[in-house]
Each structure stands twice: as C-alpha cells, then as structure tokens.
Design a protein around this ligand. Structure first.
Ligand SMILES: NC(=O)C[C@H](N)C(=O)O
Length: 378
C-alpha cells in the first residue's frame, strides 16, 4: 500500500481498461466530490451535434394494420420518425434532412451520390452522422461510403428496421434511438462506418444481410463490434478500422445529373450453367462479377469464356462465409494478360462496387488486382 492506493496494472494494451484501483474511504470521499464537480461542469458542456439523414426503408414504412409485416409502403418522414423516439435532448443536438424516401431496392447512383454529398458536407459541422436506410441494400451503401469518404474519427452510423413503424413491437424507434446514442458516444470514434440494428453494433464494411425476415437480419461474423444495452454503448474492442480498406477519392462536380459509375454486372453460377451467358453479359458491361461456386470454381467451359473476355472479371462466391483465393482461379496461357481477379472475402455485391470504383479510377488490371488483394488478401 502506498498513499492508501494500490494500483494493479494488467498487461492489457488498452490503457483505459488496464488500470484497477483499490482505494481507502478517504480517497472515495475525494472522488465523490470530484464527480459532483464534474457533473456540475457537464451541465455547461456543449452536447455532440448529430446529423440525421433520412433515406427511407422499412424503418420509414407504414402498414394497413398493426399485424401487417409485409407488403407495407414507405410513408414516414424522418421528422415523424424522430418524433417516435424518447427525448434525446440530454444526449445530443440533432439536425435532420430528408434526402429521399424510398425502399432500398430503389437506391440508385443518383441517390448514392446524394448520400455521399450529404455525408461529406456534414463532416465539418457535426460530431456524428446517422443515416436511416432500408436493410436490403444497406450493406452496399455502407461499403460505398466507407470506401469513398475519409471521415477520420467521426462515427457514421447506418440504421434500419425489419418491421414497419405501424407494427406491434416495431423495432425502428429503438434502433434509431440507439443509432443516435452510438453516433453521440465518444467510444464510437475511429471505428469507420457502423450499423445499429437489433441491439447490435456492427462494422458497415463487413455486414451482410443474412436473414430476409427476422429482426436479427445481420448475422455478422466479421465485424461484430459491440452491443447496446440499457442506453449504454458497449464495445468489445478498442477502435479500429477495416484492414486494407482502399479509399477512393471522388471528385464530384456540384452539377446534376449525378456522375455515372462504370457498369458492372453480377452473374450467379449454378449447375449446368450456360457458358454463353458470360459473352452476352460482357457485351453490356465494363466489368463483371461472378458469384462462383464454393471457393471460386466454375465449369471448365465457363472458365474458358471468362478468360476470353477483355474486361476484368472478379470471381466471388455464392457461399455467405469464407473466401475465394487466388489459388482457385483458372490459369491463363498468357499470365501477363489474365483478366480474372479473386474477390477474397468480398461478396458479389461489394465486389461489384469495388470493381466499379477501380474502373472509374481507370486502374489497370494489375492495380485492380492489387486493390482486391489488399482488401481481403484475395
Ligand atoms: N427491412 C427493410 O428495410 C427492407 C426494405 N425492403 C428496404 O430495404 O427498404
């Protein structure tokens, strides 16, 4: 015991969580006084400023009755949605903007760039950003925003719901409330794009929708970062960002219409696949992603058609988990001309976005291969 204070330090590198103290009653009294002084000071502290961007989705939908959980319509503004959550004025100051109000199946490039612009424009004046979004394509928008915006430490939190606002036990208000708390919490800084859903905090870069109906619609294995419980944010790990994430700097003119990204199509492989499909689709696009079988295999005749194309072809996978390694790619006779790239852990829809960005940047085949390898060791 030295000065009534025993310090036990673990070897945990997370400084904040590595120090435990056992203290005397005198020290406890001093601490109580310090806490009281700090809470008085807190009253004068300015609250974090959070920007909420509304885009629609089930979270902004209404059904005809409280038992309807399918066939509903997007019909709720971001203002109405905010009126349905508990008072948040003690947590943060809010500003909101309705960017669009659509089911996420209708998020097109024009809307994607609208979201991109709104996030970019909010970086300087806000401490956190929340984006309400349909869950069906949320992972794609989250991946695009993570790959194109350097938001430094600022939390950008996507949120959706699985039940419409009119349903019994609608999950939207709680998910939104939690998303705002996550965006306001200093522990959320430096973690990249986050997703708030079903009490779970996940990495927007890694999430995939894995269940079409249940509240636990994002069963993330990679990127499960923490939980939300009783109005508290709990992270399992110190802040970190996705490893190897390639950032693309976009230069957007202010003028509309929105710029057009290169067309990349996804072809889904299956037994007895028609190899001519590869030629037909290649005519229509500047790059192709194949949702291949297993860890990247395709019938030999389909591989041959893929090797014959003069556009980049990314081999991804139908399976939800696991990866496509370089070792499984078909070999070209002329190694220097091989147009096939392994997606690594990236699923087809995220591979599509990454390939679009590489093509937009006019990366060579080798540079594109390097980007995919960097992201997931493809
Ligand atoms: N749960 C949802 O949000 C699904 C909805 N169809 C959407 O993505 O907009």
């Amino acid at each position: 015991m030295v000065n009534n204070r025993l310090e036990i330090t673990t070897i945990c590198p997370d400084a904040e969580n590595s120090l435990f103290t056992i203290e005397s009653s005198e020290i406890e009294a001093q601490r109580a006084a310090a806490v009281a002084a700090a809470s008085a000071a807190d009253q004068h502290r300015t609250l974090p400023r959070i920007k909420i961007l509304g885009t629609g989705g089930t979270i902004a939908s209404k059904g005809a009755s409280s038992s309807q959980t399918a066939g509903y319509h997007v019909d709720l503004t971001i203002q109405e949605l905010l009126e349905s959550i508990p008072d948040i004025s003690a947590v943060c100051e809010i500003e909101y903007e309705q960017l669009c109000n659509v089911d996420s199946k209708d998020i097109n490039e024009e809307i994607l760039f609208k979201i991109y612009r709104a996030v970019s424009d909010s970086l300087q004046s806000f401490d956190g950003i929340v984006i309400t979004h349909g869950t069906d394509t949320m992972a794609e928008t989250a991946f695009f925003i993570e790959s194109t915006i350097d938001f430094g430490e600022l939390p950008v939190v996507f949120v959706g719901s699985m039940r419409p606002s009119t349903s019994v036990s609608a999950d939207g208000p709680m998910n939104l409330y939690q998303a705002i708390c996550i965006a306001s919490d200093s522990k959320s800084r430096g973690r990249g794009v986050l997703v708030s859903l079903n009490d779970q905090i996940s990495s927007g870069y890694y999430i995939t929708k894995t269940n079409a109906n249940s509240l636990e619609s994002f069963n993330v294995r990679q990127g499960y970062l923490g939980n939300f419980f009783n109005n508290e944010v709990h992270y399992y790990y110190p802040p970190s960002k996705p490893l190897g994430c390639h950032k693309f700097k976009l230069r957007l003119e202010d003028s509309s219409p929105a710029p057009k990204l290169p067309t990349v199509c996804i072809v889904y492989a299956h037994q007895a696949m028609d190899s001519e499909l590869i030629d037909i689709v290649a005519e229509r696009c500047e790059g192709m992603v194949v949702a291949a079988l297993g860890a990247g295999t395709l019938p030999e005749i389909v591989n041959t058609r893929c090797l014959a194309q003069d556009i980049p072809m990314v081999f991804s996978k139908r399976a939800m988990d696991g990866m496509v390694p370089n070792a499984n790619l078909p070999k070209s006779a002329d190694k220097s001309k091989c147009n096939i790239i392994a997606s690594g852990y990236l699923n087809p829809e995220k591979s599509r976005i990454l390939l679009q960005l590489c093509l937009a940047k006019k990366y060579t085949m080798e540079e594109t291969r390097h980007v995919f390898c960097g992201v997931y060791g493809g």
